[in-house]
Design a protein around this ligand. Structure first.
Ligand code: ADE
Ligand code: ZN
Length: 333
């Protein structure tokens, strides 16, 4: 088996994917048309030309605009189902998807519309594709603490369908400390917690996510490397980082994939995983991320297997399930 064949054959878990970031232009056009909503593009080619970002904010502006065409429960179902089909192609057997309720509720879409559409797709994915999944609700950090509290309140009736809460959107200027009290309440209510930190923001934000938000995983976290003490802590606590290589390249967090630090982090013993973030916008799903780093950083088969094992180990599935996938990875020659 050559390297790319191994990547395809490995069972993998995805722990950092925004469902709104899987919105392919073709589906966006189809849903815009059936909902009779205008989008500022004439063709799929024109949409793709607009995807030329230079930082996180330039991406987020386009990403939120795209999500505006999602109105009905069926729209959320179609969005998530299309992603599950990509998972099946890439042998992603388990996924923990982010969704941004405020992007929808702020436009007058009911929380229940979003959750019902996503949940139905998750149920069908289990039944028809054998893919397991969990939902993580993210607070938009550019909005207020009060708005996050309101969103948490809206989520409580659906507590059984949402495994955890996260924190995303514009990082710099919106440190984790802003959401310390909301996260405390979310943990009290029984949610697991994760947060984007150290993507564009400094290592200090990763410390805050650990100490103030008490996260179970750090999303991105690649800037942790700038702080040796933080690196020691991540390694000692086996704190997972959900790294998104193609995203980092597209948003100019790194200039060149050959300079990406995921390989260095892995070799130093940081619990890194590979993820696609917003695959429709960043040029690829799970396997494309693996292919890109394997090639640019010349990863060997043991390292690729370790990354796949890390993805299950860092996930929110049971220990028995983790063991099952671990054994399957070990059995691959
Ligand atoms: N929302 C969607 N993708 C994101 C990212 N990479 N960082 C922060 N917020 C996001
Ligand atoms: Zn993200």
């Amino acid at each position: 088996m050559n390297r790319n064949e191994l990547i395809r054959a490995l069972p993998k878990a995805e722990l950092h994917v925004h469902i709104e970031g899987t919105f392919e232009p073709e589906l966006m056009f189809a849903i815009a048309q059936r909902n009779q909503i205008d989008i500022p593009y004439k063709s799929v080619e024109e949409v793709k030309q607009a995807y030329n970002f230079h930082n996180l904010q330039s991406f987020l502006d386009i990403y939120y605009a795209g999500a505006n065409v999602l109105v009905h429960e069926q729209d959320f179902y179609d969005l998530a189902w299309a992603y599950f089909e990509k998972c099946a192609e890439d042998n992603v057997v388990h996924t923990e998807m982010f969704f941004d309720p405020q992007t929808h509720t702020d436009r007058g879409i009911e929380f229940v519309t979003v959750i019902n559409g996503l949940q139905r797709a998750c149920d069908d994915a289990q039944e028809k594709l054998g893919i397991s999944s969990k939902l993580i609700m993210c607070f938009l950090r550019h909005l207020s603490e009060e708005a996050a509290f309101q969103t948490l309140e809206q989520a409580l009736p659906y507590k059984d369908q949402i495994i955890g809460v996260g924190l995303d959107s514009s990082e710099v200027g919106h440190p984790p400390a802003k959401f310390e009290r909301v996260f405390a309440k979310a943990r009290e209510a029984g949610f697991l917690v994760v947060a984007h930190a150290g993507e564009e923001g400094p290592a200090e934000y990763v410390w805050e996510a650990l100490d103030l938000l008490k996260v179970n995983r750090i999303d991105h976290g690649v800037r942790s490397e700038e702080d040796p003490k933080l690196m020691q802590r991540l390694i000692a606590e086996k704190m997972p980082l959900t790294v998104c290589p193609l995203s980092n390249l597209k948003l100019c967090v790194v200039d060149d994939m050959a300079q990406h630090n995921i390989h260095r982090l892995l070799k130093q013993g940081v619990h890194v995983t590979v993820n696609s973030d917003d695959p429709s916008y960043f040029g690829g799903y799970m396997n494309d991320n693996f292919f890109a780093i394997a090639e640019a950083l010349d990863l060997n088969n043991d390292e690729l297997k370790q990354l796949a094992k890390n993805s299950f180990d860092a996930s929110f599935i049971s220990d028995e399930e983790k063991q099952k996938w671990n054994n399957q990875i070990d059995a691959l020659v």
